[in-house]
Design a protein around this ligand. Structure first.
Ligand code: F6R
Length: 611
């Protein structure tokens, strides 16, 4: 979602800012722009669509400019257009903004009444005109910023500059992420440290309620009341160069193929290279939690992360005998959940930045809950607000549709469950050893699941023109059915619904006819017989069933038109990790046949930083 990158210092900056925006491209956007401080005026270049369109406009910007800022926009208020793209600029002032100004309509009406002319349909533009109006009162940029902040409601981060005070940026943060990169006679800022790492490893992560004045030599941090604050600098590890496709046609496919390695790395992290039968509690993060006082658990997350969380409930209630509820982060804080210091929050998030999940974490913290996060991106906002974090060993996930992060999340939840149950005295050493040996088999079994790619491609040829589809599963496979449906709809744009197999007869069975493919998860687990009965019910109504189950399962094959073959493991919790692989490959193969933009599907963003 919207990305920010800014610079002030000694280097020519237009291309550098563009390159920073490129690093944020994976987050998802629909238009982009850059403003630089030219010799006599602010110069702006903007474009709609992919960033290479903006590259073609860079010639409009002074090549010698040494101060500027850029933005990738994911439309919330107003369609993707050049007028709505940021930076917004007026009479020597410019702003870029992430988030939503919730009271923008009231602010806009009062500005319109005073004669302000708006150039865009965005909520963001009100910030620009408010700053311009307030500056006119006493010609102080600093005072104008401090007067505007209390007028704004919502979650936002913005940066502002003016020709009136060349070389000075103001950054304001309230909920949406902002990080400063510290240099020598130069400073940088961005919405994501990733854009800054090619230039510096020294970062200041801004907290909510902070405003910063930045010049090439100065970083002055204050809270919204004006009190000076001491900036906490962090040194981030260097990152390898940007992820490449390495010969794969899409990042999504590459990331599907990386899953065995992700599992191996995680197992090595928690069991050690020798594969000892004891779990490293500190790698899992359990040792940093107030274990003795935890009486219940709430898992929160969005989309795929939420669906991984639904498996966590099955795992934790079964193995660790603790009450667990799972909430969509966007709903959690609006339903008055019962929370206290005995309630552990588990925040599931690949990016560590999803605003709904972050808001849930803040809400639960206020109620005194300890926070545990399962996250892929170090130093991101949610781990920074957590007592403990289990970092996935997934490496950067670029494809917008999450694959390896889902598998990592499910695995991490299972390992957390084992550690929790063991510490509680419910999982014996012998049981732990047994579970470890199941886990050690996973990477090779996931490899076998991936080897089915070409046969799945053949099956996809028969279904890629469908307009609707239904995914069903029971128990753990119910979460996998929902995840399979989410993957398919995200990247192929085929309407897909996921349902519990037993729920079919309570409504969705009305959809069944010869046109709608029904993808039925039927691994050989404790729900197998019941699942076959559900498939029979569908077949009796003329449905076309694609089974997902064992390669040699003749009963399943006899009932289904096609079978997406999947390796089987007797441990049903871990079967979930195997069953999702054919569904990832199925969604991918269908999307290839439909010619969609697989790594950046329409309307979606990798990092969802608005509510
Ligand atoms: C689906 C997908 C999204 C994310 C969701 C949460 O493939 O990727 O549903 O899972 O936006 O994102 P994170 O995990 O970054 O909090």
């Amino acid at each position: 979602m919207c990305g920010i990158m800014g610079y002030v210092g000694k280097q020519s900056c237009a291309k550098m800012i563009y390159d920073g925006l490129k690093k944020l491209e994976y987050r998802g956007y629909d238009s982009a722009g850059i403003v630089v401080l030219g010799d006599t005026k602010l110069e702006v270049a903007k474009s709609v669509g992919k960033l290479f369109n903006l590259e073609a406009e860079l010639g409009q910007l002074s090549p010698t400019a040494k101060m500027g800022m850029g933005h990738t926009r994911w439309a919330t208020h107003g369609a993707p257009s050049v007028a709505n793209a940021h930076p917004h600029t007026y009479d020597g002032f410019s702003i870029i903004h992430n988030g939503i100004i919730e009271n923008y309509q009231a602010l806009k009406i009062s500005l319109l009444e005073a004669g302000t002319v708006f150039a865009s349909e965005t909520d963001s533009e009100v910030i620009l005109h408010l700053l311009h109006r307030e500056y006119a009162k006493d010609r102080s940029f600093d005072k104008a910023v401090s007067r505007v902040i209390p007028m704004l409601e919502g979650a936002f981060a913005f940066a502002a500059m003016t020709i009136e005070e060349p070389g000075v940026f103001y950054l304001v943060k309230n909920s949406s992420p902002l990080v400063i990169g510290c240099g020598v006679h130069e400073n940088f800022f961005a919405s994501d440290a990733l854009a800054l790492l090619p230039h510096t490893q020294e970062m200041i992560f801004l907290e909510d309620g902070q405003v910063v004045k930045i010049t090439a030599d100065e970083i002055e941090l204050r809270d919204f009341s004006g009190k000076l604050l001491q900036a906490q600098r962090k040194i981030l590890p260097k990152v390898d160069s940007a992820p490449e496709k390495n010969g794969f046609r899409h990042f999504m496919l590459k990331e599907i193929y990386e899953q065995p390695a992700v599992i191996r790395a995680t197992l090595e992290k928690v069991f050690g290279a020798s594969g000892a039968a004891s779990l490293d509690e500190s790698a899992i993060g359990l040792s940093a939690l107030p274990f003795d006082t935890i009486k219940r658990i709430h898992i929160v997350g969005c989309g795929t992360a939420y669906l991984a969380g639904t498996l966590g409930r099955y795992f934790l209630e079964k193995w660790a005998q603790i009450p667990v509820s799972v909430d969509l982060a966007s709903e959690f804080r609006y339903r008055s959940p019962y929370l206290d210091a005995g309630t552990l929050i588990i925040a599931m998030t690949q990016s560590g930045e999803t605003l709904d999940t972050l808001a849930s974490v803040k809400f639960a913290k206020q109620a005194g809950c300890p926070i545990y996060s399962i996250c892929n991106v170090p130093f991101s906002a949610i781990p920074r607000g957590s007592e403990a974090t289990f970092y996935m060993n997934a490496g950067p996930e670029v494809g917008v549709a999450s694959t390896k992060a889902f598998v990592a999340m499910v695995l991490d939840l299972f390992l957390f469950t084992l550690a929790f149950g063991h510490k509680k005295g419910l999982i014996s050493q012998a049981e732990l050893e047994k579970q470890r040996s199941y886990l050690q088999r996973l990477p090779a079994l996931v490899e076998q699941a991936i080897e089915q790619q070409s046969s799945i491609e053949q099956i996809a040829l028969r279904y890629f023109e469908a307009t609707n589809s239904l995914f069903i599963g029971r128990g753990n496979s119910c979460s996998i059915a929902l995840e399979g449906a989410l993957k398919l709809k995200e990247i192929s744009y085929i309407h897909a619904e996921g349902y519990a197999g037993g729920e079919l007869k309570h409504g969705p069975i009305a959809l069944v006819d010869e046109h709608i493919p029904i993808i039925a998860l039927a691994p050989k687990d404790s729900h197998y017989e019941k699942m076959l009965s559900n498939i029979e019910e569908v077949k009796a109504r003329g449905g076309r069933v694609i089974g997902v189950g064992g390669k040699d399962d003749k009963r399943l094959a006899a009932l289904c038109q096609d079978v997406l073959a999947c390796p089987q493991i007797e441990q049903e919790d871990l079967q979930a990790i195997l069953s999702v692989i054919p569904l990832q490959l199925f969604a991918y193969s269908i999307a290839v046949l439909r010619g969609t933009d697989i790594d950046q599907p329409r309307n979606l963003a990798k990092s969802v930083t608005v509510e």
